[in-house]
Design a protein around this ligand. Structure first.
Ligand code: RTP
Ligand code: MG
Length: 141
């Protein structure tokens, strides 16, 4: 499998729980490398643009409200099959359906406050990485 990059966000609920380190440790233990990272408090515009694909969905307003409710940590993860590997580590969108041992099963409470985001395809990964990072902010290693 090819080396890939994916965009990961540790969402406001997990940052508030002081779980940044535990979540990043899971990525690193699974062989994913952090090649870019920053903490930000998203504006409504930035969060809404990020989730633009969901603009017409009934949960969009709540999603943007939640994503702007506190700081997040945005990272680029690199590794073999990084996109699928990250989604596996994250678990299902609804933490009640997430497999035991996944990040959402262990750190998330509800479908709205579900601890992490991960790109869902190579196309989303490319768009999402460039939405947050310039090339000079990514450090190949
Ligand atoms: P994410 O984009 O945050 O990684 O989550 P995901 O791929 O697992 O799920 P997605 O379908 O992209 O939805 C984005 C976020 O919207 C909220 N959501 N609420 N109430 C609902 O039915 C519902 N569906 C989605 C979740 O917080 C989800 O993470
Ligand atoms: Mg998604």
């Amino acid at each position: 499998m090819a080396t890939e990059r994916t965009l990961s966000i540790i969402k406001p609920d997990a940052v508030a729980k002081n779980a940044i380190g535990e979540i990043i440790a899971r990525f690193e233990k699974a062989g994913l490398k952090v090649v870019a990272a920053k903490m930000m408090h998203l504006s409504e515009e930035k969060a809404g643009g990020f989730y633009a694909e969901h603009k017409e969905r009934p949960f969009f307003k709540d999603l943007v409200g939640f994503m702007t409710s506190g700081p997040v940590v945005v990272q680029v993860l690199e590794g073999e099959g990084a996109i699928a590997k990250n989604r596996e580590l994250m678990g299902a969108t609804n933490p009640k359906e997430a497999a035991p041992g996944t990040i959402r099963a262990d750190f998330a409470e509800t479908i709205d406050a579900n601890a992490v985001h991960g790109s869902d395809s190579p196309e989303s990964a490319e768009r999402e990485i460039s939405y947050f990072f310039g090339n000079d902010e990514i450090c190949p290693r």
